[in-house]
Structure formats: structure tokens, C-alpha cells
Design a protein around this ligand. Structure first.
Ligand SMILES: NC(=O)c1ccc[n+]([C@@H]2O[C@H](COP(=O)([O-])OP(=O)(O)OC[C@H]3O[C@@H](n4cnc5c(N)ncnc54)[C@H](OP(=O)(O)O)[C@@H]3O)[C@@H](O)[C@H]2O)c1
Length: 256
């Protein structure tokens, strides 16, 4: 499908992006808006949300911002209501909110840290999907993309809580794909390795980033555009006979 045809295709889509206030989610929010969709940018930091919305609307795109902590059912209910009030029912959900995968040995990972990381990633994804999927099932229309990580595929530098949460998101996706398919709703997952976001650039000096880039067979880090490309593919009719899969964005590093 050409970019022009895809843009025409996305004009009727209402896309909700959790984790849309920065990094990977912000990049995908901008991409869907460029392709003509109406986009709801969500996160917890109002100033960051406003900046992403402004970057979209200033170039003629359609976007609003609605803050929500996705670990709170009440706040995600408000996100749903705000979306429907502004643009109508969501047709695409990018459940990308998450993070906090910093290395923590099990000896230092107490139960409160374990629960916090599981909640931020796995429980937040469950609450978000359940809230939006109910209406999608009724309307028999919807496409959901979840956000895992290479950490959910194989042991690495991230904490075990983050790895377990991201592995949980993989199975949540596969399980729900089977549940939701008869109702015309698809759900797929993206599992990236190192994506060069503002956060990565801030936290890792350039020489370390270059060394990390060289460790991938394709000899570069991933970009937010790489993630947006996969999100567009998985969320749209381009992948209409695909549900329950995970795209590993790993620069050629084999995971599984
Ligand atoms: N960057 C990578 O290399 C990489 C690799 C694999 C997977 N991932 C995953 O990709 C997603 C985005 O990561 P990123 O690198 O773009 O991180 P980031 O720049 O730190 O952004 C994280 C986003 O998630 C939101 N968020 C976190 N907890 C939330 C909660 N409880 N409720 C609502 N929103 C919440 C943040 O909102 P606020 O900042 O507004 O609070 C922000 O928009 C995460 O799920 C992460 O685990 C990233």
C-alpha cells in the first residue's frame, strides 16, 4: 500500500497512545497523526503531553492530550470517556506505557519494587486493554498493539521484574488474540531492543551508544521511527490476517 493510500485509509481511525508523552509512544503518535488519524496522546506528565500534541497540531494533524496513570482503572476510564467525547470510539489502541527496567539484582528487589514494576508494565497494559476492548468487541472493530521488550524474550541487563512483566505482556497478547479474534478485534505486540529515545541519549554517553550500536548485526540502534513503522503495520489493514504475533525489533539479534 502506498503512503498516500495508507493516509486515506487512516482518516477514519481514532488512535489512543498510552506512553504517548515521550519516547517511543510520542514517535508513534506523531506518525499516526501524519497519516491522517485522530490521535489521543496519553501519559502522566501534562507538560510532556502538551508538547507532543502541539507538535502534531502545529503541522495540521488532529490530536488531543488526556493524562492518565494506566495503573488506575478510574483514570483509564476517564481516558476512554475523554477519547469518545472528542473523537468517538477508539479504533486503534497502542498500549505502550511502561518502563522502569533498570538493573536490580534479586537481592535488592523487594516486594514493593517487584509490584511497582509489574504494575507499571503488565497490570497497566491489562487495565488499558480491558477498558478499551469491551467497546471494540461490541462494535466488532478494533486493533490493539502492546509493548514488550527483548527483556521479555531472554535474560539480559534489565531487572527480573521488568523481564517477567514484559514476558507477561507477550502471553497476554497471544491469549487475548485468541479470545478477541471471533469478535473482529486483533491484538499484536512489538518487542524492541535498544531504541534511541531522548531518555537513552540522556542516560548513555555517545561512545557507549556507539559501542552498543556495533553489538547489533545491523550495526545501529533502533529508532522511534522503526517502532512506528511496525505499529502502523500491525494496527492497520496491512496486517488484517495477523493476530497474536510479536515483532522483534532487534537489529538482527535473534531472540525467541
Ligand atoms: N526505549 C527502549 O529501548 C525500549 C526497549 C524495549 C521496550 N521499551 C518499552 O517501550 C515503552 C516506551 O519506552 P520509552 O523508551 O519510550 O520510555 P520513556 O521515554 O521513559 O517513556 C515511557 C512512557 O510511558 C509512560 N508511562 C510510564 N508509566 C506509566 C503509567 N503508570 N501510566 C501511564 N503512562 C506511563 C510515560 O509517561 P510520563 O512520562 O508522562 O509519566 C512515558 O510516556 C515502554 O513500555 C518500555 O518498556 C522501550
Amino acid at each position: 500500500m502506498t503512503t498516500q493510500a495508507l493516509a486515506a485509509d487512516l482518516r477514519d481511525e481514532v488512535v489512543v497512545v498510552t506512553g504517548g508523552s515521550r519516547g517511543i509512544g510520542a514517535g508513534s503518535a506523531r506518525r499516526f497523526a501524519q497519516l491522517g488519524a485522530a490521535v489521543v496522546v496519553s501519559g502522566r506528565d501534562q507538560a510532556a503531553i502538551d508538547a507532543v500534541v502541539a507538535s502534531i497540531t502545529s503541522t495540521g494533524g488532529r490530536a488531543i492530550g488526556i493524562p492518565a496513570d494506566c495503573t488506575s482503572q478510574e483514570q483509564v476510564d476517564a481516558l476512554l470517556a475523554g477519547t469518545e467525547g472528542a473523537f468517538g470510539p477508539a479504533t486503534v489502541l497502542l498500549a505502550f506505557a511502561g518502563g522502569d527496567g533498570r538493573p536490580e539484582p534479586i537481592t535488592q528487589l523487594d516486594a514493593s519494587r517487584w509490584c511497582a514494576v509489574i504494575d507499571t508494565n503488565l497490570t497497566a497494559t491489562y487495565i488499558t486493554i480491558r477498558t478499551f476492548a469491551l467497546g471494540m468487541v461490541e462494535r466488532r472493530r478494533g486493533s490493539i498493539v502492546t509493548m514488550s521488550s527483548t527483556a521479555g524474550r531472554q535474560p539480559g541487563g534489565a531487572s527480573v521484574a521488568y523481564a517477567a512483566a514484559k514476558a507477561g505482556i507477550l502471553m497476554l497478547t497471544r491469549h487475548l488474540a485468541v479470545d478477541l479474534a471471533p469478535n473482529g478485534v486483533r491484538i499484536n505486540c512489538i518487542a524492541p531492543s535498544a531504541i534511541e529515545t531522548e531518555r537513552l541519549v540522556q542516560n548513555m554517553p555517545a561512545p557507549a551508544r556507539e559501542q552498543l550500536a556495533q553489538s547489533f548485526p545491523l550495526r545501529r540502534l533502533g529508532t522511534v521511527d522503526d517502532v512506528a513503522d511496525s505499529a502502523v503495520f500491525l494496527a492497520t489493514a496491512q496486517s488484517s490476517w495477523i493476530t497474536g504475533v510479536t515483532i522483534d525489533l532487534t537489529g538482527g539479534r535473534i531472540t525467541g
